[in-house]
Design a protein around this ligand. Sequence first.
Ligand code: ZN
Ligand code: ZN
Length: 348
Amino acid sequence: MAAAGADSLVLTHLPNIFYLSGFTGSNAILLILGDVMHLFTDGRYTIQAHEEVRQAQVHIVRTSLAEACGGFCRSRSRRKRVRLGFESASLKVAEWTRLKKAAGPGIQWIATTDLIETIREVKSAEELDIMRQAARIASEVVAEASEFVRPGVAELEVAAEIEYRLRRKGASGASFETIVASGPRSALPHAHPTEKLLQKNELVVLDLGAILRHYCSDLTRTVYLGRAPARIRQWYEAVEQAQEAAHDALRAGVTAGSIDRAARRLLHKHGLGSYFVHGTGHGLGIEIHEGPRVGRAQKRRIRAGNVVTLEPGIYVEGVGGIRIEDEVAVHAGGTEVLTTAPRGLLEL
Ligand code: ZN
Ligand code: ZN
């Protein structure tokens, strides 16, 4: 906050509010004034807020949260001017307008970005423990793929089965819309599952994750229905090697970009570089996509406590796609792969 020039901070991004206060409701503003946190929420969350929130004063409000929070700031800014940071990536213009009106003239507004997100990138031992379990749930489900991935089943059915099994194993839900992409559709990195039936002799990309105690996991495996032809095997091995190269490059202190380039170099060597159309990975935690981003031009340094995915893939229009994604935690002395599902090409 000091570096951003703010002495106080109004938070509107719910994952940040959860991170700092423990509150999981869907309507809240968190105000950090001096060294006291104030949580504003509405009457639906009276009991929940008092149960969950430990380190903030809870204000149950009847007006809009922005008005209540703004009014509170006004009462505090009478004696001294408040330099109030706000989250420019999440605060909507309409809400900001209401806040400003209610807060009055004694406030200097300071746009900030990623203040809390940067802290969230470094996971505590407790967070890592939850993330390990969330990764294990996803790994277990994908290891059961032979029970429900077969020709004649619709992509949507497979997705439903995956999400059902995630919940059966203790997840509160899927950490994003499960991707089941078969045949030529597997060349779409972010395909939505459709009514298309899986067929023999095609690739199927399964990308899934669990939410456990508010933390996400993320895992991709690629299946071939039948015996894979030589070309598919070669591609698969290239992607596997690219992931290994990224993993070898991953450690505390290196730039995120160098990890991406390690994977990319490998695919280029196999003549597949132009089919790798996205970044190598991303951080995750309370949200499915967090920092650090593992992309080509990222100069940010990897820190101990980061958890990132390594997910190189190739996408060939008209043929299909192959992606292998694992979650890796970075420790001071090495790395730890959190996703435990077998990594080889699964032929079903
Ligand atoms: Zn994924
Ligand atoms: Zn991912």
